[in-house]
Design a protein around this ligand. Sequence first.
Ligand code: ACO
Length: 436
Amino acid sequence: MDAKTGSNIKTATLSVGDQSWSFPVYEGTVGPSVIDISKLYGQTGMFTYDPGFTSTASCESKITYIDGEEGVLLYRGYPIEQLAERGDFLETCYLLLYGDLPNAAQKQDFVKRVTYHTMVHEQMSRFFQGFRRDAHPMAIMTGCVGALSAFYHDSTDISDPHQRMVASIRMIAKMPTLAAMAYKYSVGQPFMYPKNNLDYSSNFLQMCFAVPCEEYKPNPVLARAMDRIFILHADHEQNASTSTVRLAGSSGANPFACIAAGCASLWGPAHGGANEAALKMLAEIGTPDRIPEFIKRAKDPKDPFRLMGFGHRVYKNYDPRAKIMQRTCHEVLQEVGITHDPLLEVAMELERVALNDEYFIEKKLYPNVDYYSGITLKAMGFPTSMFTVLFAVARTVGWIAQWKEMIEDPSQKIGRPRQLYTGATRRDYVPMESRK
Ligand code: ACO
């Protein structure tokens, strides 16, 4: 029984010295239970201490479930493998936003709504002119996504459910357009407008790789691969960028500003930047004979080097997305005619060596989704600087679904963590002439 809503409430007892307190324990539908410590400070005068939130559930959610020990990822209960093999990205977006897979009419209506929101305000293109041509596309994205709130005032009233949904659709529809514009700007080519006769992923490839002077026919294998990559990255429960979006939104900030905050968080190499880092690492290794040297470095506690694309805060097993990514990688390489890719060769051998090495086995370090995505995206024609941008396009639906869930949660409060203060105690101001 869900102890939060029903009876049979279990409790956890905390003892400090000769005092003890009881706190309710809530059970989810699957996964670890939580101890509700929201009254802890009021009752004990103490805070909990959990840097990096390794043992802290920051919210209640019905969207995504991960079993890191078993390597399971479910969106609204559906295994990622089934969605990636049998579904498509917009269907996945509907699922994450509304909670169930759409029927045929709902799907058609949703696809239409997204399709007819893909253009961005023409004035947005002027924003791009203000950036240096060599600006990182994530710098451009962070700025331009935040700037959307200056253009779509009619969907920034977060208390209106209709406006919340319009903002959600707009975000899903416009992110690929902005991402493609960031890419086109960096290569000095004209922006390509969206084409409403193409599906979401084909349209994205068209906006990235077409030029106005030539006919462009999206490759269905590459479009399917893009769609699958979007599905794999669509949501991942309370990761760093999603928690950032929730925290930004908890103050009542508008959804466009919150997603811009998510982009900023995603940019870091320990999060969305890992596929770029993994690809650089594979290139640095270069040939399989150099693998032992890098494995040795990864195991050396004095060396900061880590195997990029390996290990995960939550997965202590094979990341289920990595398996699908590996298959997609092979399909893409075959389609673009790369019969022998030195990076893939190094990646597969490095994976084999690491998975048989005591250090990686003991620490439960397995390839994560980023390990093979860099090779795949490179083969599709994207420069490494665009990798995190593609991740942001995919994750937008997860961010917005989590943001909506938070706004619609009656128990939602402004996020305000506390701290263990270890700085100076009170002291008086010292005039300059008396300072040493
Ligand atoms: N290579 C070598 N050793 C590693 C690696 C790695 N990739 N990852 C973790 N370890 C070791 C650590 O040195 C540590 O060893 P210790 O216990 O002897 O100190 C132990 O494994 C645990 O590592 P933590 O950093 O404490 O684990 P945490 O859960 O905090 O980190 C993280 C997870 C950041 C993903 C880490 O595994 C890492 O840096 N991986 C490489 C970067 C990467 O691929 N990030 C992508 C994440 S997926 C995503 O964002 C979509």
